[in-house]
Design a protein around this ligand. Structure first.
Ligand code: AMP
Ligand code: ZN
Length: 462
């Protein structure tokens, strides 16, 4: 079996991955808060952990991997969006959830096995909070339930900070009802207009962190293999998840993985800098989802990544160039070993892409396609050409050439059967008259423009 190595944030080491149960490898990744379109940074963890999901399925078998990614559908940002738009919370979360699923499908992400919504797990959260209070790790104060951070000795171990450093560095909320400024909210009271549920501490709603502990326990059990999310979630979110779950007596996650942040053109993305955009913005501009995925996977997930227009264009050219050969080749049965080995080495997707470049140069087109599909590109290879033809590449004359070459390839295929080569001859003559050199080989057809190439002469042919 392929050996997988993963960098574990908890130990700060790359470790050999050994699942608790190879028949059911389990992974939990923190999902989005649903009140707006996913921005391009939000797509990074989705694509990274989708690639890991695909690798695990490849190694352990498709039906032997369980992947949970939640939807946070109770949050003050959602309440604010509802208030300012005059729409209901339900409308906003439902619409945004569907947007998210559509946009992430467009960048080639498989749907996780389970996608729990926080509001469907309120009872489980209340039970966990009650248990933490009973065990002395949490307390009730003025309609709130709060986690007693200093009751968990290893608090801070994941991100490698001491409790005292955290107080100094973090924007911890000081509130009169807290025993300690570091204590975080498990439950808070709701006003009549705010969404709320009855609980032993009055009508209220959960704090953010408890949902992941409660849903992971409900869906994955006492212990599971991998927990993932963006770097920004290490503290406080993941520290809090660990504290809650460990103090409730659970094993929780064995391997912690974090992707680094994405910037845009060298700057932190922000609406005020004007470099903020969503996945949907790019798709609407005609950027194929594969291009977004390709740019993401070109940088190792533990390195900061810079989204640039230059990379976008390069990715588009590369994918276009590779996909050109698709018409004449089929998918290899085996994903090239070296590609699997590289991805198994802590998701070295940049290395895998370099390897695909080599395979392409060596003319191993069916291996190129097998490797690309393993990385989550072109689940439907038949759609590949259409997707690229609809994208920005239509502006390039190269694409037109490709389409003409495709026409000739098809005509040749038909002629082989009918033995009528008149259409092949007609096309060849037209191409040559327009100033194209026609190269026909077993591999396919290539059209190379010569100095006097005049595209106008080809009008009406396609
Ligand atoms: P949020 O909806 O803000 O909780 O974020 C959802 C996911 O996107 C989390 O895993 C975040 O870590 C991740 N994320 C947010 N911003 C970025 C960014 N600029 N780069 C990479 N990941 C991000
Ligand atoms: Zn979480």
């Amino acid at each position: 079996m392929t050996e997988i190595k993963l960098y574990n944030t908890k130990t700060r080491k790359k470790e050999v991955f050994t699942p608790i149960n190879a028949d059911n490898v389990q992974m939990y990744v923190c999902g989005p808060t649903v009140y707006d379109r996913a921005h391009i940074g939000n797509a990074r963890p989705v694509i990274v952990f989708d690639t890991l999901f695909r690798l695990l399925r490849h190694v352990y078998g498709e039906s032997h991997v369980t992947y949970v990614r939640n939807f946070t559908d109770v949050d003050d940002k959602i309440n604010a969006r509802a208030a300012e738009s005059g729409r209901t919370i339900g409308e906003i979360t439902q619409e945004t959830t569907q947007w998210y699923l559509d946009d992430m499908a467009a960048v080639g992400a498989l749907e996780p096995t389970h996608m729990p919504r926080a509001t469907a797990y309120i009872a489980q959260m209340i039970a966990m909070i009650a248990d933490l209070i009973a065990k002395g790790h949490a307390y009730e104060a003025e309609g709130h339930a709060l986690f007693r951070v200093r009751s968990y000795e290893q608090y801070g171990a994941l991100s490698g900070r001491s409790v005292d450093d955290m107080i100094a560095g973090a924007r911890v909320e000081v509130a009169p009802y807290k025993e300690d400024p570091l204590d975080f909210v498990l439950w808070k009271p709701s006003s009549a207009e705010q969404p709320g549920w009855d609980s032993p501490w009055g009508r209220g709603r959960p704090g953010w962190h408890i949902e992941c502990s409660a849903m992971a326990y409900d869906l994955l059990g006492d212990s599971f293999d991998i927990h993932g999310g963006g770097n920004d979630l290490q503290f406080p979110h993941h520290e809090n998840e660990i504290a809650q779950s460990k103090c409730a007596g659970h094993g929780f996650a064995n391997y912690w993985m974090h992707n680094e942040m994405l910037q845009v053109e060298g700057k932190k993305m922000s609406k005020s800098l004007g470099n903020f955009f969503t996945v949907r913005d790019l798709l609407d501009q005609g950027v194929p989802g594969e291009v977004i995925r390709f740019v993401m996977l070109s940088t190792h997930y533990r390195k900061p990544m810079d989204w640039t227009e230059k990379k976008r264009v390069e990715a588009e050219k590369t994918l276009y160039n590779w996909s050109k050969h698709h018409l004449d080749f089929s998918v290899a049965e085996q994903v090239p070993h070296e590609v699997v080995r590289l991805v198994s080495d802590d998701l070295n997707t940049a290395g895998a892409i370099a390897e695909i470049h080599k395979l392409h140069s060596a003319g191993q087109h069916s291996e190129v396609l097998a490797a690309l599909r393993f990385l989550g590109f072109f689940d439907e290879p038949e759609e590949l050409l259409g997707k690229f033809a609809g994208g920005l590449l239509t502006q390039l004359s190269e694409l037109e050439l490709f389409n003409f070459a495709h026409l000739l390839t098809q005509a040749r295929q038909t002629a082989m059967q009918t033995k009528d080569f008149s259409e092949v001859d007609r096309l060849k003559t037209a191409f040559i008259e327009a100033g194209l050199e026609v190269r026909m080989s077993k591999e396919g057809v290539e059209l190379v423009p010569s100095a006097g190439f005049d595209p106008a002469k080809l009008e009406g042919l396609l």
